[in-house]
Design a protein around this ligand. Structure first.
Ligand code: SF4
Length: 798
């Protein structure tokens, strides 16, 4: 497959048994799930999202996992005031007037998975060796039920065995305290972690002596946070749910809410019904943005649904920046012809900086380049520009489709440029809305989970807790993987998540993990990350969102922050699956006591007896959380301050900044394509709920690649053909190849020479060094690939 000067990695390399460390390479091969393509069935994509099918699917999941009574208990509390916050996405719940069933099909799936009655006990691990488990699919692993006991995989063993909590913490403390530097440890956080656990966790990690606090945000909205902070002074969105009821135009860019933030469709449906213009900018025509039937709208369950997007812009992959520049160019050319009648001059003069430089740069931008790179005609750019120019109140939303491109930061800043032209920030019905994917991913950052927290936050920790926090920035996700791979990091601790499957370059990441002396995962269920271990490994089972959390002072609740900066409570209502489980705050506290010993003055165990005490500390350290215990008990919680929402821009210039960027053209060699990874509808992040993606017409399997029908015809491929995918990357002048074998070709409505596959299956193709400029986010939406007919005749390849 490779040519001289090219290094082959990914599945190909591991299969050949090469690599810098053969033990690591062998263990890393467990990163590859078995390939299953024989049963895959392809139909036409769905024409309408949600509706009756959604209701039936939700019922099926509930009956299959928690069963009727447990399911009703959990669902009756889901997203209610004082109930369980959905562990799915971070789309907000209404501030007032919540319905009884304030959730979506995917929320039901998330809850059902956690509330399942299946159990993954020590007996299970006695029966199943790590080697045998690695031969099972991710779907199978995730369906073995809730973990019930702490488990250890000792050096040289192929089995996990039970371990007491005391011995587990002693093992971790021993490893941590034997490191030559605290920077040799990495402490990862996933977005499920509550504010209380996150605050304690970062406090422990900093007192231990490192800022190595990578999180899943590094892989999703890092680009948004960086881009927005620079230009509007706040690294978060500026709108509230109520703004959506006031907007006359909503741009939805690089986002598929039908699968990833399903209740957003109800918000968009309301907007569509009152005549708002909704512009979907995306390479794939996703059904959720085409037509939607609200599952609660019984009267319309059998109709054809509501048309959501009034306009669809089928931009090519990585073409968003060019398209947005085209919109700005049309608007500014119109302003030149009709001065004073198109842009919001008053706002621009009073509230922004850099407009004239921006205007000159846009005037100099080439229309040919804009059209070629975006894949959108001048006529359609003009059509959408007219929608924007007519708008009085506009919201722009986006998600991973933007943030995981090489020019993600520049693209998001171009959205802000467009919004500033119309004065569309800092007033009702207008603003920016990066839609967060995991329920508390935004809150964890607010609590200090970041490898680069500002000095002021560290000073506050010093003053409150009497220790000097480390000042050197830590490693983010990509740099953590590289550090483990180099051998510079030796202990990896994950508070939730499925690190291996969420990260790029699966084989490289697997090798990195296997080079650690200890890997630890705080988890509710089994996943592939538990099978790719350091010399020793621990699984620490914890309470989930649905579980009752009883500490010494009685029953506790935790808090989370949604996509719109609302901090609110989450309280579990189900009996935990095992008496041996600990809550995440308790795990952090015990870890801190075992590791820090007399080095800490914090009374960790006192804090976890009553989480109000943790919130007291948060209130004293985190700006905006003052008086947290009182305010979070208000119905619906409280909004964190957001100066940009109030038309106040805390940037270096004291104003909102126009920013100039240049398009980096994507030039594809003959036979090459640009690939994006995406989720199926039966998937949330790395959790695989089922093997169907009914919105896209894919059933009984996931190993598919969606290709434009004309590209298929031109290359002689038919629907159902098995293709191997090779990705290409230039790393310091050296060509790297990565191979993912045997994907089923599916003709699909996607721009020419753009293709799409599901992650985590395609993560092997995403080079570790291929990252967004400045944010270091893996470019999972922009991988250069080619195809060849599969050299593997059947599904026996891994
Ligand atoms: S929209 Fe998101 S948060 Fe709401 S129920 Fe669905 S998955 Fe859960």
């Amino acid at each position: 497959m490779g040519t001289p000067g090219e290094e082959q990695s990914g599945a190909g390399r591991a299969k050949a048994g090469r690599g810098p460390d053969s033990r690591a390479s062998n263990d890393a091969s467990r990163a590859r799930p078995p390939i299953e393509t024989d049963s895959i069935r392809i139909t036409r994509p769905a024409e309408v999202a949600a509706g009756l099918t959604s209701v039936l699917k939700a019922a099926e999941f509930t009956l299959k996992e928690p069963g009727l009574l447990r399911g009703i208990n959990a669902l009756s509390h889901l997203n209610q005031f004082d109930g369980i916050d959905c562990p799915g996405c971070a789309w907000p719940d209404p501030d007032r007037d919540r319905a009884l069933n304030e959730y979506c099909e995917n929320g039901v799936k998330a809850i059902s998975e956690e509330a399942t009655t299946r159990r993954c006990t020590p007996d299970f691990f006695r029966t199943w060796s790590v080697s045998k488990l690695s031969e099972q699919s991710d779907y199978w692993l995730g369906h073995q039920g809730r973990l019930t006991h702490p488990m250890v995989r000792r050096s040289g063993s192929d089995h996990y065995e039970p371990i007491s909590w005391e011995d587990a913490f002693a093992m971790i403390a021993g490893e941590l305290n034997s490191l030559t530097s605290p920077d040799q440890a990495i402490f990862y956080t996933s977005g499920r972690t509550s504010n209380e656990a996150a605050f304690l966790y970062q406090l422990f990690v900093r007192q231990f002596g490192t800022n190595n606090l990578p999180d899943c945000s590094n892989m999703c909205h890092e680009s948004s946070g960086l881009a927005l902070k620079e230009v509007i002074g706040v690294g978060k969105g500026t709108v509230t749910l109520e703004d959506f009821d006031l907007a006359d135009t909503i741009l939805v860019i690089g986002q598929n809410p039908g699968t990833n933030h399903p209740r957003m469709l109800a918000t968009l449906q309301r907007a569509a019904r009152r005549g708002a213009r909704i512009v979907s900018v995306n390479p794939l025509a996703e059904v959720g943005l085409t037509r939607f039937k609200h599952p609660k709208d019984v009267l319309h369950l059998f109709g054809s649904g509501t048309k959501i997007a009034t306009h669809f812009v089928q931009v090519r992959l990585s073409g968003d920046l060019a398209f947005l520049k085209g919109l700005c160019k049309e608007i500014l050319e119109e302003e030149s012809e009709h001065p004073g009648s198109v842009i919001n001059k008053e706002f621009i003069e009073e509230k922004t900086s850099g407009f004239e430089v921006f205007r000159s740069a846009i005037a100099a931008a080439s229309w040919d380049e804009i059209v070629e790179q975006s894949g959108i005609s001048r006529i359609q750019i003009r059509e959408i520009a007219e929608v924007v120019m007519r708008s009085k109140t506009m919201i722009a939303c986006w998600a991973m489709g933007l943030t995981q491109q090489r020019q993600a930061v520049a693209t998001i800043q171009e959205i802000v440029n467009l919004m500033l032209l119309g004065g569309n920030i800092g007033r009702p019905g207008a603003g920016v809305c990066p839609v967060r994917g995991h329920s508390n991913v935004q809150g964890d950052r607010t609590m200090g989970i970041w490898e680069r927290m500002p000095e002021a936050f560290l000073d506050t920790l010093r003053d409150h807790f009497g220790f000097e926090p480390p000042r050197r920035h830590g490693w983010d996700v990509v740099d953590s993987i590289k550090a483990m791979h180099r051998g510079d990091a030796k202990v990896f601790f994950a508070m939730g998540g499925n690190f291996l499957s969420a990260t790029p370059d699966t084989e490289f990441t697997a090798e990195a993990l296997t080079r650690c002396t200890l890997t630890v995962h705080v988890s509710t269920k089994l996943n592939r990350a538990h099978l790719i271990t350091g010399r020793q490994a621990l699984i620490l089972p914890c309470l989930g969102r649905t579980d009752r959390d009883v500490q010494a002072s009685g029953e506790q609740f935790v808090t989370v922050e949604n996509s719109m900066g609302v901090v609110h409570t989450s309280r579990g209502s189900l009996e935990p699956p095992s008496d041996a489980l600990l809550s995440e705050p308790a795990i952090v506290a015990l870890l801190a006591v075992a590791t820090l010993g007399k080095r800490t003055k914090v009374n960790w165990m006192h804090l976890v007896e009553n989480y109000d005490r943790i919130r007291e500390l948060i209130a004293g350290c985190v700006p905006g959380c003052e008086d947290m215990n009182r305010r979070v008990q208000q119905r619906g919680g409280f909004y964190l301050p957001n100066a940009a929402r109030d038309n106040d821009y805390k940037t270096k210039t004291g104003k909102a900044n126009f920013v100039v960027s240049k398009i980096e053209p994507v030039a594809l060699e003959p036979g090459r394509f640009i690939l994006t990874t995406l989720r199926s509808h039966d998937q949330y992040n790395t959790t695989i709920y089922g093997l169907d993606d009914r919105y896209r017409g894919v059933f009984h399997g996931r190993r598919v690649v969606l290709i434009n029908p004309e590209d298929m015809r031109e290359n002689g491929w038919k629907s159902g053909d098995r293709l191997d995918i090779t990705s290409y990357f230039q790393n310091n002048g050296r060509k790297e190849l990565r191979v993912a074998p045997r994907f089923v070709a599916v003709p699909y409505e996607i721009p020419r020479r753009c293709v799409a596959t599901y992650f985590p299956e395609a993560n092997v193709l995403v080079p570790i060094e291929s990252v967004a400029l400045r944010s270091n986010t893996p470019t999972s939406k922009a991988v250069i690939v080619s195809f060849s007919r599969s050299q593997f005749q059947d599904d026996s390849v891994r």
